[in-house]
Each structure stands twice: as C-alpha cells, then as structure tokens.
Design a protein around this ligand. Structure first.
Ligand code: SF4
Ligand code: SF4
Length: 323
C-alpha cells in the first residue's frame, strides 16, 4: 500500500473534479487495484475539524508514513510572507506544506496553480502566490530549486487548468506502484511521456493549419479552419497530450472549436491576460503572429505561410466533414 494525502491550497477544486473523471485508471482502480491508501482529501475525506488536525499531526510527526503528498492550488504566501491569507486546520497552509513536504517520500503538484503558480500569480499578484517549485517559468517557487523529497525527487509536476484526469491518475498509479524513479521529467519537472508532444500533435485541424486557412468563429459548427491565425490557439507551442489522450475519450478544446490556451506551460496565462490577448492572435506589424510554433523563425514562417496560402487547395476552404 502507498499512503496518499491530497490537500488544496489556493484552489478552485478543478483538479479534484477532473480527477474524479479519470478512466484509465479510475479513482476506484487506484484504491482497489493499485494499492493507494487515501489518508484524506478535502472533498472525499469524511473527517472534519480536529479530526483532520489529528491526521495531519500524525503525518508530520511521522507516526504514520506519508508516501505521496499531492497538492492542488497555488501556494499563498501573503500577506508579508505570513501565509495567513490561506488558513487551514488552524494554521497558515504554508506551514502544513513545509512540514508535509519534509516528511513525504514523493510530492506531486497537480494543476497549473500548484506547479507554476497559475492565474493568481498574474501581476500584481496581491496574495503573493507561487508554485511549489516554480514561479511561472523560474525554478524556485515556494520550496526552492534544490528541494528534493525523501526519495530524492523534485516535485513531480502535472500542469493543466485543470490537468487531464488520466494524467493525474496515471502518474499517481506509477508512483504508488514504486515506479517514480522511472518517470523521466522535463526541465519543468513534467513527465516527458505526457508533455513532449504538442496540443497541435493530433489536432483534427492540422490540414487547415498547413494551408494557413483560418476559422473565424468558435464552436463545433466551425470544423473548417485552424484556430491559430486569428483566435490565438497556442497548440503549436504547448506541450500537452490533449489531442492524443482525448478528454472524455472523445474530444479536446481544439476539436470542439476552442483555441488551446497553453495551460500546461509555465507562462500560463500568456501575456498576463492583457486586453486584446485572450482568444486573439497577437500580431507583429498586424501580420505575423507574435508567438510562432516552437522552433519556427519569423522569416521562414512568413515565406512558408505565403507559399501555403497560394497553394491551398479548394477543400481546405470548405467544410469537408459530413458526419
Ligand atoms: S487549431 Fe490549434 S492545435 Fe489545432 S491545428 Fe490549429 S494551431 Fe494546431
Ligand atoms: S488544449 Fe491547451 S488549454 Fe486546453 S487543456 Fe490542453 S493544453 Fe490546456
């Protein structure tokens, strides 16, 4: 058995709701087949008040071992470093986080807020929020860049707003069955298996992307065209498996006609949500997208775009999906 504690810091519970939809494996599979002993979870644990304090005290004092500590939500350190904007079980949540990460064998950050700080870190960041081991793209965050768990691992990050249910359940399954050391992590501590390809990889709109054909509307009725050129899709520069491991086993944002917002990247939300940057492609000189697909340079991009538009076949301008 592997004991698991899940806490929420500055969180909206989105990742908890996401986890409950997991299919491969499900939450029940984790508990019955993969040896997870859920010590407590704020939405699922029946204990309240002093009973929760007693559970946490047992873990902090190591009377009960803590194998996996999962945090959802941003780490709120304000005001003035006291952490008192986020009180939990009689203390600032930051104090629980410090003590629980000291005793946990493995620490997992779930969702963009716990991993990179998320939406609350947008300037002026009045709650002085940060991620567990990153502050947006900078390593450090609340625990510091050199922090490692008792097992010698950094925080394992599963970003997303929310993280895909199966990303969470598959990583929990791996660490609960003793394979944490087998997880290759990228520079932002994301498991490479899930975060090497792009949202763009596997998107059904790829043929329209290639011929630079844009859609101008949101929604499922707009199956023709790509969301990159006008609607700010960040699929070509966002590392995620959203179009390989589909949401609800059948769809994704871009398949449903909604641009990828880049929620698995440390700079999310991009451009700090400045007016004119959300659901819009920010352009340089009114023509070239400011953010180009990862690896592309602007000169090559412009030449390729011009050639693609000229050579675009008629079908790329039509809705060819009949079912
Ligand atoms: S909609 Fe986004 S993810 Fe899909 S092809 Fe266009 S740019 Fe790529
Ligand atoms: S499609 Fe983009 S914004 Fe949506 S969940 Fe995936 S990475 Fe996040």
């Amino acid at each position: 058995m592997a004991t698991l504690l899940w806490l929420q810091a500055g969180a909206c519970s989105g990742n908890t709701i996401s986890l409950l939809q997991a299919e491969e494996p499900t939450v029940v599979d984790l508990l019955t087949d993969f040896g997870v002993e859920l010590i407590w979870h704020p939405s699922l644990g029946p204990e309240l008040g002093e009973a929760v304090q007693a559970i946490l005290a047992d873990l902090v004092s190591e009377r009960k071992p803590l194998d996996i500590f999962v945090l959802e939500g941003t780490v709120i350190t304000g005001p003035a470093g006291s952490g008192r904007m986020d009180m939990f079980a009689g203390r600032p949540m930051t104090e629980w986080i410090t003590e629980l990460t000291n005793v946990a064998s493995i620490v997992v950050g779930v969702g963009d807020c716990a991993t990179f700080g998320g939406l609350p870190t947008v300037p002026p960041n009045p709650s002085a929020s940060t991620g567990l081991q990153f502050h947006r793209g900078e390593i450090g965050g609340y625990l510091g860049k050199d922090w490692v768990s008792k097992l010698g691992l950094p925080v394992i990050n599963i970003p997303g707003c929310p993280a895909h249910p199966d990303w969470i359940s598959q990583v929990v399954m791996a660490v609960a069955t003793g394979r944490a050391g087998d997880l290759a992590l990228d520079e932002y501590h994301r498991p490479s298996t899930l975060f090497t390809t792009f949202t763009h990889s596997g998107c059904t709109r790829n043929s329209f992307f290639e011929y630079k054909q844009s859609t101008l509307e949101f929604g499922q009725g707009t199956r023709t065209g790509c969301l990159f050129y006008e609607l700010g899709c960040k699929g070509p520069m966002t590392h995620s498996s959203c179009n390989r491991i589909l949401w609800n086993r059948q769809s994704s944002k871009t398949r449903a006609g909604h641009p990828c917002l880049g929620c698995t990247e440390p700079n999310f939300p991009a451009d700090d949500l400045m007016p004119g940057t959300v659901f819009k492609t920010v352009k340089v000189s009114g023509v070239i997208p400011k953010d180009l697909p990862t690896g592309a340079d602007s000169l090559t991009y412009m030449a390729a775009a011009a050639a693609a538009r000229i050579s675009a076949p008629q079908w790329s301008r039509e809705d060819m999906f009949v079912v």
